[in-house]
Design a protein around this ligand. Structure first.
Ligand code: ATP
Ligand code: MG
Length: 139
C-alpha cells in the first residue's frame, strides 16, 4: 500500500510573489493535512545535497542558484496516497505542460522556476522530510 506522507517546498519564486497563502489553501482544500512546516532558506550545500540526483545535469548550477535565492516553505503533508496525489495537484515539471488547475499551471513561470516541489516516491518523501525536520518536529 502506498504511504500517507509526502514532503513539499514552496520554492523561492512563489514565496517572493506572495503565493504562500494561495498555495497552502489549495493544498489543504485538496485534503492534505500539514504535519510540519517552516519558512527557511537553503544554503548552497543544502540545495546541492537535496538535488544531488541532478548533479550531472546541465541545469544543476542554475537550480542550486535558484533554490538558494530566497526563502522557501518546507512542509510535511499527510493524506492517503500522498505522494501520487500531491504530484497530481502540483502538475508537470514544466508549467507549460501542466494541467489546468494545478499549482504549477497557476503559479509557475518556467521549468526552472516552477513554484513547488513534491517528493517522487515514498522513500524520497521520508528522506526529504528527515533532511528538513528533526524526528520530534514530525509529530
Ligand atoms: P521537483 O523535484 O522540484 O518536485 P520534478 O520532480 O517535477 O521537480 P525533477 O526532474 O526532479 O522535476 O527536476 C528537479 C527540478 O530541477 C525541477 O523542479 C526544476 O526546478 C529543475 N529542472 C528540471 N528540468 C529542468 C530543465 N530542463 N531546465 C531547468 N531546470 C530544470
Ligand atoms: Mg523531482
Amino acid at each position: 500500500m502506498s504511504g500517507t506522507r509526502t514532503f513539499t517546498m514552496i520554492k523561492p519564486d512563489a514565496v517572493k510573489n506572495q503565493h504562500i497563502g494561495p498555495i497552502l489553501e489549495r493544498i489543504t482544500s485538496s485534503g492534505f493535512k500539514i504535519v510540519a512546516m517552516k519558512l527557511t532558506q537553503l544554503s548552497e550545500r543544502d540545495a546541492s545535497l537535496f538535488y544531488a540526483v541532478h548533479k550531472e545535469r546541465p541545469f544543476f548550477s542554475e537550480l542550486v542558484d535558484f533554490m538558494t535565492s530566497g526563502p522557501i516553505v518546507a512542509a510535511i503533508l499527510e493524506k492517503e496516497n500522498a505522494v501520487d496525489d500531491f504530484r497530481m495537484l502540483i502538475g508537470a515539471t514544466n508549467p507549460a505542460e501542466a494541467a489546468e488547475g494545478t499549482i504549477r499551471k497557476l503559479f509557475a513561470k518556467s521549468i526552472g522556476e516552477n513554484a513547488i516541489h513534491g517528493s517522487d516516491s515514498d522513500e524520497n518523501a521520508e528522506i526529504e522530510s528527515a533532511f528538513h525536520f528533526s524526528g520530534r518536529e514530525q509529530f
